[in-house]
Ligand binder design. Structure first.
Ligand code: S3P
Length: 195
């Protein structure tokens, strides 16, 4: 993680139209983007609670994500993922802050994208070159991470390519390559102040 990248502002979904809506920041991006680590740091910096959607799913289902994929398949996982996201966003309609990290495929589902937009949440795409994402995922796999969709380099690249148009729908895009977690979180926080 070395080069400092640009930050691209896009039209920002706002919660001001309805003060009852959640003031959430939703971190999206491919596997290995650092969504959970940055989300945790951002929550600390903003003084907002942090929720990791995959962790929530594992707790609610009492099953690891990899186990859900193995036993029930990806389609069932996507259903569970959508319901969990809906519940999570619905819990905090009191205007209090919330940082959410999604799993790498959640922002590729139109239903989820619409749900997040409905809530007036800011969406932040944590971007990095696919080679770097692959390297991070390989390293994390060696450290024990079990990602069911981490099959091989070609599939990884194809999936990344297929998902890019969805990630680009986020209200902010941030290049993370070459940056420390805390610095990325700070950059997100600064960008949010400007939007
Ligand atoms: C997935 C990514 C994973 C997890 C599940 C599916 C995906 O999360 O939600 O294995 O479809 O890319 P991470 O992005 O945190 O690895």
């Amino acid at each position: 993680m070395k080069n400092r990248g640009d930050v691209r502002h896009k039209k920002q979904a706002r919660s001001s139209a309805n003060p009852q809506l959640v003031r959430a920041v939703v971190l999206v991006g491919f596997m290995g983007a650092g969504k959970s680590s940055v989300g945790r740091a951002l929550g600390r910096q903003l003084g907002w609670p942090f929720e990791d959607l995959d962790e929530r799913i594992e707790q609610r289902e009492s099953q690891a994500i990899a186990e859900i994929f193995r036993v029930s398949g990806e389609a069932v996982f996507r259903r569970i993922e959508h319901v969990a996201l809906r519940k999570l966003l619905a819990e905090r309609r009191d205007g209090s802050g919330l940082v959410v990290a999604l799993g790498g495929g959640a922002f590729a589902g139109e239903e989820n994208i619409a749900l997040i937009a409905e809530c007036g949440s800011a969406t932040v795409f944590l971007d990095a070159p696919v080679e770097e994402l692959w390297r991070r995922c390989q390293q994390q796999a060696q450290e024990g991470a079990n990602r069911p969709l981490l099959v091989g380099a070609d599939q990884f690249r194809e999936l990344h390519q297929a998902r890019m148009p969805h990630f680009m729908k986020a209200s902010l895009r941030l290049e993370t390559n070459g940056k420390e977690i805390e610095a990325i979180a700070l950059e997100v926080a600064e960008c949010l102040k400007k939007t």
